[in-house]
Design a protein around this ligand. Sequence first.
Ligand SMILES: Nc1ncnc2c1ncn2[C@@H]1O[C@H](COP(=O)(O)OP(=O)(O)O)[C@@H](O)[C@H]1O
Ligand SMILES: N[C@@H](CC(=O)OP(=O)(O)O)C(=O)O
Length: 420
Amino acid sequence: MKVFKFGGASVQDVDHIKHVAKIIEQCKEEKLLIVISAMGKTTNALEKVAEDFFNGRQEHALRLFSDIKKQHLTIAKYLLVLEFNDCIARLSDLFTEVEWLLHDKPVREYNYYYDQIVSVGELLSTSIVSSYLKEVKIDNNWIDVRDILRTDNHFREAIVDWEFTTNAAETLLLPLFEKTNLILTQGFIGSTTDCESTTLGREGSDFSAAIFANIFNAENLTIWKDVEGVLNADPRIFPEAIYLEHLNYAEVIEMAYYGAQVIHPKTIKPLQNKKIPLLVKCFLDTGLPGTRIDGERAIALPPVIILKNNQALISLRTLDFSFIEDEPIRKLYNIFNTLKIKPNLIQTGAIGLQISVDDIPAKIDAFGQKASLYFDVQIEKGLNLLTLRHYNEESLQKHLASKEKVLMQENEVTVQAVYR
Ligand SMILES: Nc1ncnc2c1ncn2[C@@H]1O[C@H](COP(=O)(O)OP(=O)(O)O)[C@@H](O)[C@H]1O
Ligand SMILES: N[C@@H](CC(=O)OP(=O)(O)O)C(=O)O
């Protein structure tokens, strides 16, 4: 069995969905589990609906949601004839669920509402793709992943309950493969024991696909992208980026951890644990070999460049001049854990330390308040964090020499610099 994952970019409009169907058609003799994300930028649009709803702008939230409805209905109209009515019935049920919620007043925390609203994106996209596959006579079974993928109730960053999910996948999904070769389901979303929708963190569909690949010991997982494969940098920022034919799991997990947006950081572990190869293939040209990621040693790599903008540099100094040892570090990590802040770079000194983190204003404000009980806190915003792996003199010169650096760290393989 194989697992395919199509991201939002691959199902963004009518033509792209037709193209997805062509790719699936070529593989329809094999058992395939297909994981799909919300169309194009739907998740961003749904985030705005959630924000408006929670902040009391109900009318505006409903208007924005109505635009999302229209986009999906238009795509369904262009794609479907015979399957149109069934599909519209399913979409309408999903729309109604969200609209009911939007007519209420928020009484729970923001992250709960975020997940109830944002999760509909994947349910809508998979409903349309499933109907279109049926329309072109590709038999498939649409599954609501919330019946299978169980999580805790950490809304927006839910943690997967592997035991429940494995059991549900084996008992509910596997038997379906006796009737059809294709099962189609949603990435990114899951549900709690109380049947509340959850999400796994932005861009989490890659992780969903890896979870199923792990559970079913898949032959491989293919993530279809709008690029040739994995490149040594984001081609939108570095147009001279080079295509990489092969990478090992360790390299990709490092790249993703440092912020390369090509694969979700949690994707690799479930694959590495079962030695399942990950193929990143070009959606637009299926003849291209793509990038293979596995446990084999990688050949020498060119410098890999990862740029993260919008960094806040937090400088802390103990109030009583005590050393940065057990107690202050423990306090600091407690605050990080409570606020779910992930430090991107830390440098310690005798009585102070500097930390570069993603600038999410609500989190930074809360951090400042909590940390100022123990530390003198200074925060500088609007910075960039550049990571260079497998660096050489030329890449250091090219990417960092002219930058106004405020913090820099270096080891044999990696250089990281925060600059203005
Ligand atoms: N190292 C990299 N290699 C390839 N693509 C990258 C890399 N870093 C960032 N990207 C960007 O990731 C984009 C694909 O990701 P995304 O738009 O999230 O796709 P999807 O919606 O399919 O998940 C590419 O178009 C490319 O610009
Ligand atoms: N739709 C979700 C999940 C996801 O993984 O999307 P994509 O595969 O398009 O990155 C998001 O945008 O975060």
